[in-house]
Write a protein that binds this ligand. Structure first.
Ligand SMILES: Cc1cc2nc3c(=O)[nH]c(=O)nc-3n(C[C@H](O)[C@H](O)[C@H](O)COP(=O)(O)OP(=O)(O)OC[C@H]3O[C@@H](n4cnc5c(N)ncnc54)[C@H](O)[C@@H]3O)c2cc1C
Length: 392
């Protein structure tokens, strides 16, 4: 791995910085933070990125990729985190888009990739089922061939943003016999097809991002199957490695840690700043050391991308440590906010008490519980690491 910043890299960094300053306005940030305006705002922002040509850096150049070096990709992510710019929605650009690029046929590439790139289609991920989360290969949603179509029956659960989605990519069982991994296929399903119902699931943070998606005799053209029938497990695993790399959010954790330092330096307790407490200093130091180590793992993965390698088992390590660090930061934010983080929603908010970061501390802590579950739980990542990395 060789990562050095040339003058051209630093000029690129300034270009990214200026672009975010000009286009990512406070007004847009406010609309993104509001659940009522989130959908339109994120599409608007992704279109700005697409027009600039920066929406899908890792795609091949002929499909709109940037061909950035590892250094450029690293600098882009740094600047994005510092400016508080959200990551793009992963389901189209970082998940199914990568699968279509790697395993889709020419017709599928022509049909789906441009609309993913322009954010004209909103995608969601139909992997998990009530009885198939960690043991994903146990999935039961059934697809039975009927001429040029499959008839799909079953249910997916925890489907993020299915309520907005135009399309869902699904793992379905096309062969119930034999080894469970070998009877799965990968289908692209239009959410407006008759027989699909989306049921809302409200999460602990009172936010609606999760859903159950039920399929009742849903007709899906065979032309919407990626690759071969019963080979879906191979494509599914490829996608999961991309998902885990995206979850690590190293640069964002770095920004949050800087924000917390500023708070710890200014908040006074017992006549001293919180930062003067040696226990607090130690917690900052521990998180910072872990984050630095993770940053190097991320760079290894990024330089692997630059050499044309896909993410390997390191993506499990990135997911595991990345989410542990995110939760350590969320816990620290709660502790720094103290009583103010305990004010309940629907009652007086901490902002009304002149302490707005208490609300944020609680909200991020609540949603943050999910990070060690989604994308494959951390216990399962430990199993993968033990087997594939350590050979146990
Ligand atoms: C906020 C959020 C968003 C999500 N979004 C999506 C989405 O958009 N699309 C989608 O398809 N899925 C999504 N998921 C689902 C997610 O991938 C699953 O929740 C996850 O894979 C765990 O599955 P499960 O919930 O069925 O838990 P289970 O598999 O039932 O696991 C329960 C517990 O047992 C542990 N466990 C299970 N097996 C083992 C083992 N072999 N060894 C050690 N421990 C084990 C787990 O770590 C966990 O602690 C989302 C989940 C959350 C929380």
């Amino acid at each position: 791995m060789d990562i050095q910043f040339s003058d051209a890299d630093l000029a690129f960094r300034d270009q990214v910085r200026d672009f975010f300053k000009e286009h990512f306005t406070d007004e847009l940030a406010a609309r993104l933070a509001n659940p009522k305006t989130f959908k339109d705002a994120i599409i608007e922002w992704q279109k700005v990125l697409a027009n600039k040509g920066w929406i899908a850096p890792n795609w091949p150049v002929e499909h709109g990729g940037t061909n950035w070096s590892t250094a450029q990709e690293y600098l882009y992510e740094r600047e994005r985190a510092v400016a508080g710019v959200p990551d793009v929605l992963p389901f189209g650009l970082k998940m199914v888009g990568q699968v279509i690029l790697a395993f889709g046929n020419e017709e599928q590439k022509q049909k789906f990739l441009p609309r993913i790139y322009s954010s004209d289609d909103w995608w969601c991920q139909g992997y998990s089922e009530p009885g198939a989360g960690s043991d994903l290969a146990a999935l039961k949603t059934r697809a039975v061939r009927d001429g040029d179509d499959y008839i799909v029956n079953g249910a997916k659960i925890w489907t993020t943003y299915a309520q907005y989605a135009d399309w869902i990519f699904c793992l379905v069982r096309t062969d119930p016999e034999g080894k469970k991994q070998s009877g799965i296929s990968f289908l692209l399903i239009d959410m407006s097809t008759p027989g699909i119902t989306v049921n809302k699931i409200e999460s602990i943070d009172n936010y609606h991002s999760l859903n159950e998606v039920v399929f009742d005799n849903v007709r899906v053209p065979v032309a919407n199957r990626i690759g071969e029938e019963n080979k879906g497990w191979t494509y599914a695993k490829f996608l999961l490695a991309h998902e885990r790399t995206a979850i690590a959010e190293v640069a964002k954790s770095g920004r949050f840690l800087s924000e917390l330092k500023a708070i710890a330096n200014t908040e006074i307790s017992g006549g001293k700043s919180l930062m003067e407490d040696t226990m607090i200093q130690q917690r900052f130091a521990n998180i910072e050391i872990e984050l630095m180590a993770l940053e190097y793992t991320e760079l290894r993965v990024l330089s692997g991308f630059a050499e044309g390698k896909g993410p390997g088992p390191e993506s499990s390590l990135l997911k595991l440590k990345g989410t542990e660090i995110q939760q350590a930061i969320q816990q620290l934010r709660m502790d720094l906010a103290g009583y103010y983080s305990g004010v309940l929603q629907g009652e007086l908010s901490s902002s009304e008490l002149g302490h707005e970061f208490g609300d944020r501390a609680r909200r991020e802590y609540m949603y943050g519980r999910a990070a060690t579950i989604y994308g494959g739980s951390n216990e399962v990542q430990k199993n993968i690491t033990a087997k594939v990395v350590l050979g146990l």
